[in-house]
Design a protein around this ligand. Structure first.
Ligand SMILES: *Cc1c(COP(=O)(O)O)cnc(C)c1O
Length: 354
């Protein structure tokens, strides 16, 4: 079934039966019309939107008082929408800088007001998550990135705060249990762990909105999209539909508690090999290691060509590390079967034995 073992960091592997169903719906979704040629205002698509929202609600136990949105512009547009909607004029926002994506979020927030970087793991090339930091007396919100896709670190314990908590969960949403009540705004680009590129999930506590004192362009105002059920303009129908299928797949498997266990098993298997294999080493600090993006290196760079060739022969795809880290990154999102990880481990062991 898996001809190629897809370890890509994003867009990422999706469940095979989801791809099968999606391809059928491209041809005939309803009454011999394609999913991508019917009106987004039609009843069949309305059901898709509501179903997708309900699945998010069920899987994450989203309580009352939160809205669920499917927006466009990627997680990257959220870097601007968050401060536009939440940062008061002359206000302050606090950011935790744990890597490339956080750095980009900080850059955009600075265009709206004062940004305090509570902690920054830049000196260690983002190989760890800062833990002991303090908050200024007053701030409009705190922003963190739950999983650092590029450097392979993950926040295991979120700080508890009194203020508004915003989190970029692009690369680990639906991978582990979270308590939605600990967060006021969560956003996630679909293409890491939920579906294809093109939509961004936003889960937002309604009461935090409308307080920035800014005149926000309609498309950038969360309230616009809440009022219109994410259909203020034409939504990315395909991306929302395939996300819905993926969430249904996850629910059928047993939901978040099931997949969290699987993800821990998969990550442990691979990290154990990295630690015991004499020719490889992990790049992230052990306690902060990501269960989604496993970053590692060959101790002896001259073996890289050999390893790359062996990976190619084993049909392992997408494990080249990000250019800012080098080495290798195996992204093992929800849809990655444990068998693919076993194939990678087998190649690592064969290279060690050579
Ligand atoms: C990929 C990624 C982004 C950027 O997502 P786009 O949808 O491409 O804008 C932002 N944050 C994190 C943590 C990511 O992994």
């Amino acid at each position: 079934m898996y001809k190629t073992h897809n370890f890509s960091a994003g867009p990422c592997i999706l469940p095979n039966n989801v791809l099968q169903q999606a391809s059928k719906s491209i041809i005939n979704f309803d009454n011999n019309l394609s999913l991508i040629e019917i009106s987004h205002r039609s009843q069949p698509f309305d059901e898709v939107m509501n179903n997708a929202k309900q699945l998010v609600k069920d899987l994450l136990s989203v309580p009352l008082g939160y809205s669920i949105l499917f927006l466009q512009g990627g997680a990257s547009l959220q870097f601007s929408m968050v401060p536009y909607n939440l940062m008061k004029i002359n206000g302050t926002a606090v950011y935790l800088n744990t890597g490339t994506w956080a750095t980009k979020a900080i850059k955009e927030a600075k265009k709206f007001g004062n940004v305090v970087v509570a902690a920054d793991s830049c000196e260690s090339n983002y190989s760890s998550i800062p833990k002991n930091y303090t908050f200024p007396k007053e701030y409009n919100y705190f922003h963190c990135t739950s999983n650092n896709t590029i450097y392979g670190t993950q926040i295991k314990n979120f700080p508890s705060l009194n203020g508004i908590m915003v989190c970029d969960m692009s690369s680990d949403i639906f991978s582990r249990k979270i308590n939605i009540k600990d967060f006021d705004l969560i956003y996630a680009g679909a293409q890491k762990n939920m579906g294809p590129a093109g939509t961004t999930l936003v889960i937002i506590k309604d009461e935090i909105l409308g307080k920035s004192g800014r005149d926000i362009p309609s498309m950038l105002d969360y309230n616009t999209h809440i009022e219109k059920n994410s259909m203020f303009n034409t939504p990315p129908v395909f991306s929302i539909y395939v996300s819905m299928l993926t969430l249904q797949w996850l629910k059928n498997l047993g939901g978040i508690s099931y997949i969290e266990n699987e993800n821990i098993k998969k990550a442990d298997l691979l990290y154990n090999e990295i630690d015991k294999n004499s020719i490889f080493e992990g790049t992230a600090q052990k306690e902060d290691r990501s269960n989604m993006n496993v970053c590692f290196k060959l101790k002896d760079k001259s073996k890289e060509q050999d390893f790359n060739n062996m990976c190619n022969n084993a049909k392992i795809s997408g494990i080249k590390g990000h250019r800012s880290v080098g080495g290798y990154r195996a992204s093992i999102y929800n849809a990655m079967p444990i068998e693919s990880i076993e194939v990678l481990i087998d190649v690592m062991q064969k290279l060690e034995k050579k």
